[in-house]
Design a protein around this ligand. Sequence first.
Ligand code: HEC
Length: 97
Amino acid sequence: MNRSIMTFVLLLVFGFAAAAYAADVSEGKALFQGEKYKCYTCHGKDGAGGTSAPGFKGASKKYSQSEMMKRAAHNCPPTGACNPKELEAIVSYLRTI
Ligand code: HEC
């Protein structure tokens, strides 16, 4: 394959990956602030923390994505039964805070 076609294909692949990630983050934000899981009721609308639960600023430096998913599962209805794809999207959003 010639070099410029190779570059084009690589850019295309990374472009799609970036777009998928962005969709995940905005979907996660909507889920975090939504009524299905009600995460915002304890953690604050923007994940900055509430009166009874911590905020997420800097959490991405403390925990890996999978550690954070384990910690986030505490309030899935019923506990621990979050839809894994949705939980992943929520955590991707929390890691941007
Ligand atoms: C009923 C209140 C409440 C709700 C609703 C709630 N949380 Fe929490 N959450 C807490 C409290 C309190 C803590 C701190 C104690 C602990 O780690 O269990 C916490 C801790 C966390 C942590 C670990 C943070 C850290 O720095 O250790 C994550 C991640 C998290 N919650 C995510 C979520 C997500 C995602 C949702 C929605 C699916 C959610 N929480 C819903 C009360 C809540």
